[in-house]
Design a protein around this ligand. Sequence first.
Ligand code: ADP
Ligand code: MG
Length: 329
Amino acid sequence: MAIDLGTANTLVVLKGKGVVLNEPSVVAVVDNKGKKSVLAVGDEAKTMLGRTPGNIQAIRPLRDGVIADFIVTEEMIKHFIKKVHKKTIANPRILICVPTGSTPVERKAIQDSALAAGARRVQLIEEPIAAAVGAGLPINEATGSMVIDIGGGTTEIAVMSLGGVVYSESLRVAGDAMDNSLKEYMREEYNLMIGDSTAEKIKKDIGTAIPTNNNTYAVKGRDLRSGTPKEVNISEEDTAEALNPILKDIVSSIKKALENTPPELSADLVDMGLTLTGGGSLLNNIDKRFSKETGLPVNVADDPLSCVAIGTGKALDQEETFSSVLSEY
Ligand code: ADP
Ligand code: MG
């Protein structure tokens, strides 16, 4: 069993079956006079985000790429493993993909959660390596490659060669920050308060890094002055302006990574280009924008949302080839 424990989505891959679970990394917790218990996990819990009454809390335990809540994270991992457990052998070997920025304590906690959920053996793989394997990059060769994984909470930028990470940075600016920027923009430009889900929907529906048309799009929210529900029309231009600060942050980190890349590997990147993975790479024209700003070719991996899970699955299957990048605590 291979698990991509993402800040926004968790995916589970089973040998020979591909992706068998793909649900938001969200847990709804009820607080009954100080006694907390899990109400819902995944899809069911996500619909509750921003809509819960006082005693229920919908939590994204990995939100910023670090484990904000160990107990909730453990419950979530156990729930997902149990959910697919029926389809697999008892006590599977599990390979879990973790962000490069996670601490040894967090890695151990993730590993222990999976063991507690019935795994026979738990190994970990770093996210950029899994992303590169999933994108089909030749990471075991002496050729440099750069992967930029734009997830929900974090953007992971890594340069790899010979199966190892030569440089990596985990930036706490990704899809969630894009949503927040859109919320702020709607408030400032249109006096409209919108929720997280609405902001995410705008981003997916018409959000763009470079505007290409003037079509309008209706957004519903609450008028800040009157307090009543209101609808306004926005354009692609609005989204590009709102997302600009986030894209600039990511570009400056990419440039920093390029400056820190050894010259021989830099030369490889001129031919190979940069590879984008993660849900954030689905933002319209983000590849064109990055290419324009770096002067390098930029490719979006096939199926960017599943790329890391698929790569983790491949590493699980080919244990021998990838033994040097698998770790245990
Ligand atoms: P993680 O690995 O952190 O769980 P994912 O790779 O699953 O993250 O990506 C989730 C992020 O991708 C979310 O912020 C989501 O809003 C964003 N996303 C998904 N589809 C699109 C799209 N079409 N355009 C822009 N962003 C998208
Ligand atoms: Mg991810």
